[in-house]
Design a protein around this ligand. Structure first.
Ligand code: 5CA
Length: 438
């Protein structure tokens, strides 16, 4: 994309309404604009990040047997009356009436809809297990929307739902998802620790939240240093192997972690003092096992191996995709701007032409840009070099390819790595090879 043509409105001023770094940076870097309280428009660069996150989530869900569907945002109140949650959910639910006076709602989550879908389709134990997920907009009329996309009213969520024949199978599904989530968050460049959690309006008895440490997080967290020390890549637990899921359960059981809601002082005191870690955290995911709560209340059964009907055991698994954009920035920025992890960055590199109009600079830039117009943001504007440096740092591309008249003459470019600030003068071929553009 050529920056001169891009819809990429960066701001110099710090917007007054933004209290935390990620919100300020998302507005300043031109990722989102507020439309009304807790509701945002995603601009091109922000949308690229949102899609990159969703795609990583998708790949990892598919890898463990998830099947993607897309359920509607608008649901019928009738469905929620069947589970008994229509009245229980309270004022967070946006209730709508259509022209015929039928009661509808804008979905805050999809347990009822997916249970109904499953019940109308799956009849035999032979068809289980099943894991369905979708990535869809949700609405919750939060009493205090704040911190930009972090606590929005409209937000983008991956919600997945598992159906199993027995408690044991359902608990295996639960830990399989937990392992998959740990991998997703690593790929997103954040460290998220699973913590024992309350189940709230979703219900059930087994639940973990995934928290990214950040001083601006809404929850207080307590955990054993073991969570910082585990090298998940090298222990290589395989989500398809039952024995590896058992190992994960053992790690969860023996390595303390909890948010303030579930903090257990006597268990905490058993953690050696020098291994106690604490701080604040942002909840980026939440998983639940709730057994037959919805299949029973909504009358969903399959025939078992012995012919007798049974209610499948369910779990639901959420990831806050839009919240993650803010959480990643909270965990990865400096005074100059955002520092995108490679896999989520809107563009892999910015290409800075320091002297547009100079024939050699233009030629060199065009030849680089032509190699990957989708993945490069070409700053071809006629602005001063300082403006370009500042904007590139603010937008946080992992790499900057800097082309100036002196280097261009010698066939050299400068490469800057945003995360480390390291700069090196390289021959064009070498620079292209380093960025995988050769
Ligand atoms: N049905 C379950 C699991 S699919 C569920 O809805 N869980 S949840 O309520 O915990 O939401 C899942 C994730 O969505 C949360 O962990 C959080 O990351 C994100 N989320 C929840 N509310 C908001 C909000 N108001 N703004 C942005 N993200 C949110």
């Amino acid at each position: 994309m050529r920056l001169s043509q891009a819809f990429q409105p960066t701001l110099k001023e710090v917007p007054a309404e933004a209290q935390i770094a990620s919100h300020r940076l998302m507005l300043r870097a031109g990722l989102v604009r507020q439309s009304s309280s807790g509701i945002y428009t995603w601009l091109p660069a922000g949308l690229r990040v949102l899609r990159n996150i969703a795609n990583i989530v998708r790949q990892e869900q598919d890898r463990i047997g998830g099947q993607e569907i897309l359920m509607p945002t608008v649901q019928s109140a009738e469905l929620w009356r069947r589970s008994g949650r229509y009245d229980a959910y309270g004022p967070e639910m946006l209730r709508i009436e259509d022209r015929q006076g039928r009661e509808l709602l804008y979905g805050p989550t999809n347990e009822e809809m997916v249970t109904d879908l499953f019940g109308g389709t799956v009849k035999s134990y032979r068809e289980l297990p099943k894991m369905l997920y979708h990535i869809q907009w949700k609405f919750r009329d939060e009493i205090r929307p704040r911190f930009g996309v972090m606590r929005g009213r409209e937000f983008y969520m991956k919600d997945g739902y598992s159906f199993d024949l027995s408690y044991e199978d359902a608990v295996s599904s639960y830990y399989r998802i937990m392992l998959s989530y740990l991998k997703i968050f690593r790929r997103l460049g954040v460290q998220a620790v699973p913590m024992a959690a309350d189940t709230g309006p979703i219900g059930g008895e087994l639940s973990h939240e995934f928290l990214v440490l950040a001083p601006t997080g809404e929850s207080e967290v307590f955990y054993d240093a073991g969570w910082d020390e585990i090298d998940w890549d090298s222990i290589g637990l395989d989500p398809q192997k039952e024995e590896d899921l058992q190992k994960l359960r053992e790690i969860v059981k023996t390595t303390y972690s909890a948010t303030d809601e579930k903090h257990d002082l006597s268990a905490w005191e058993a953690v050696p003092e020098d291994r106690r870690r604490g701080g604040r955290g942002i909840e980026v995911g939440h998983i639940f096992y709730f057994g037959t709560k919805y299949t029973e209340s909504m009358g969903v059964e399959v025939s078992g191996a012995d012919g007798a009907p049974l209610h499948p055991h369910m779990g639901s698994y959420g990831i806050g995709v839009s919240r993650l954009v803010g959480a990643i920035i909270e965990a990865s920025h400096d005074e100059a701007g955002i520092i995108w992890p490679e896999e989520v960055a809107p563009y892999r590199a910015a290409l800075l032409n320091l002297r547009p109009g100079d024939e050699l600079c233009d030629q060199l830039c065009e030849s680089i840009y032509g190699r990957d117009p989708e993945g490069l943001l070409y700053d071809d504007r006629s602005d001063r070099a300082g403006v370009k440096f500042n904007d590139a740092d603010l937008m946080g591309h992992p790499w900057q390819i800097i082309v100036g008249p002196r280097g261009a003459k010698a066939g050299m470019v400068e490469l800057k790595h945003r995360a480390t600030g390291e700069r090196s003068e390289l021959a064009l071929d070498e620079a292209l090879a380093k960025l995988g553009l050769a």
